[in-house]
Design a protein around this ligand. Structure first.
Ligand code: NAI
Length: 472
């Protein structure tokens, strides 16, 4: 069950779940000298590595390469129209995932983390019962237990996931051919990434979103740039719609839209959020409180209702992001080490969506800032004036800074930065630091941006809020 011939039965920490939050705790804790066991029923790396962030971004990169080759003649590079060998596409995705999986497994081994291959449940006495994938069982104990069992895709009534016609993100990564027509239900981060990727690879895609706006939480001006881009690429977005089920035909299916036209498609991708996997942890009778929606209840320090039991990652009601899971893991380990631990500021985490155009944001949108009672001033800068954006040939999107308004009308503290466009996911770093350090417009404008670079648009937008600018 474990890699070790005769594994120990008592550890400093047992982590149930080997995704980013779980392996994050194991790596950070073992680096500090703690003896750690991880119980994982599948492969270490979790959803992020095997069925989430990594394969999704790899396929989005394939879409990027396809676009680049398609548009190469603009640079005077002539080639025949590109075609997609979908088998090779998926093979490359698998190679990237496998390489990272081997790296992570090696890292855990080098750090002497004991990995139990099986399902762990919490016992009432705070020990952990493990049923190994090989059928063997073990009972292990620790000074602290960290629950990190993650989440799975939610479904909706009328759309039973069959892996053929009705898919979630899990099944999209296993496709053997590209569906010709696809309905994506839910226009959140997953919906927009998959819709963008499938559309760029050649599928005809329609997003069906229940709310009036796709990409919840993202500033409206940024969302509008995404909608404009999608429309230009014939990717249809229907908002404020209710889906009422589907009727499967001999090939594909018909999605019924309440008060709208039926949609005949080859595949439906359901991306309406994720559900925490608390029911697999045997928490009944342990004293650990679980909310109505299945999240393990924790305080701001990730402590559950049972002393010595902690919960992190998608299992708790915090943003479902791998990097938030890492931060929560570090927060818990620091407390176990008796060090100062600062709670995660969930309102100021980095959000990155890797669609075309990319979207990245931190802090409040203009509307959220106004709703929270701030008097705000905003700057919106487009990419058309950015030399590097023109050079790379990608000027879609906007950089928007939302700042507290000073009496003289200039910007004070930066409350939010929401952007779309070329490589904004890689550019968010300085906005993240600015918002989290509660920097003012003047603080940030003092620093210089390299020229020519995409980040000049952020610098220019901030500078314009001081009341003066170079180009804006
Ligand atoms: P989400 O909560 O971000 O978006 C789900 C969308 O589905 C919402 O817009 C919602 O209004 C809509 N919806 C719900 N029920 C619906 C219905 N019956 N019909 C039509 N629309 C409906 O969830 P998503 O996109 O599935 O992502 C799940 C989690 O994974 C999120 O926590 C997200 O943060 C995380 N994630 C983040 C990524 C990133 O940051 N790049 C990428 C992928 C996932």
């Amino acid at each position: 069950m474990s890699d070790d011939a005769a594994p120990a039965t008592h550890f400093d920490v047992i982590v149930i779940g080997g995704g980013p939050a779980g392996y994050g705790a194991a790596l950070y804790g073992s680096a500090a000298g703690l003896n750690i066991a991880v119980v994982e029923k599948d492969k270490v790396g979790g959803t992020c590595l095997h069925r989430g962030c990594i394969p999704a971004k790899e396929l989005l990169e394939t879409a990027h390469v396809y676009r680049t080759v398609s548009e190469a003649s603009k640079f005077g590079i002539e080639s025949s129209a590109p075609t997609i060998e979908f088998g090779t596409t998926m093979e490359r995705k698998n190679t990237v995932v496998d390489t990272l999986f081997k790296g992570l497994s090696g890292l855990l081994k080098n750090r002497k983390v004991t990995v139990f291959a099986g399902t762990g449940t919490l016992r009432a006495d705070r020990g952990v019962h493990v049923v190994g994938n090989d059928g063997e069982t073990a009972d292990i104990t620790a000074d602290a237990v960290i629950l990190a069992a993650g989440s799975v895709p939610r479904s909706i009534p009328g759309f039973d996931v069959d892996g053929k016609v009705v898919l979630t993100s899990d099944e999209v990564f296993e496709l053997t051919e590209l569906p010709k027509k696809v309905a994506v239900i839910g226009g959140g981060a997953i919906g927009c990434e998959f819709a963008s990727m499938l559309s760029d690879l050649g599928s005809e895609v329609t997003i069906l979103e229940a709310l009036p706006q796709i990409l919840p939480g993202v500033d409206k001006d940024v969302v509008n740039t995404v909608l404009r881009s999608f429309k230009g690429r014939k990717l249809d977005v229907k908002t404020g719609v209710k889906v009422a089920g589907h009727s499967a035909g001999s090939s594909g299916t018909t999605v019924h839209v309440e008060g709208g036209d039926d949609l005949e498609v080859d595949a439906v991708v359901v991306s309406v959020g994720r559900r925490p996997l608390s029911d697999s942890l045997g928490l009944d009778g342990t004293g650990v409180t679980v909310t109505d929606r299945g999240f393990v209840e924790v305080d701001e320090l990730c402590r559950t209702s049972v002393d010595g039991v902690w919960a992190v990652g998608d299992l708790i009601a915090t943003p479902g992001l791998a990097h938030v899971g890492y931060a929560e893991a570090i927060l818990v380990i620091k407390q176990l080490l008796g060090e100062e631990a600062i709670p995660v500021d969930y309102g100021k985490v980095a959000w990155c969506i890797y669609s075309k155009p990319e979207v990245a944001f931190v802090g409040l949108s203009e509307q959220a800032a106004r709703d929270a009672g701030h008097d705000v001033v905003v700057a919106k800068h487009r990419w058309g004036g950015n030399s590097r954006a023109l050079i790379v040939g990608d000027t879609e999107g906007v950089v928007k800074i939302i700042a507290e308004k000073r009496e003289d009308g200039t910007g004070g503290q930066v409350l939010g930065v929401h952007m779309s466009g070329p490589w904004v996911t890689e550019q968010l770093g300085q906005a993240y630091l600015g918002v989290n350090w509660e920097a003012t417009v003047d603080d940030i404008a003092h620093f210089i941006q390299p020229h020519p670079s995409l980040s000049e648009t952020f610098g220019e937008a901030v500078l314009s809020l001081t009341g003066r600018s170079l180009n804006g």
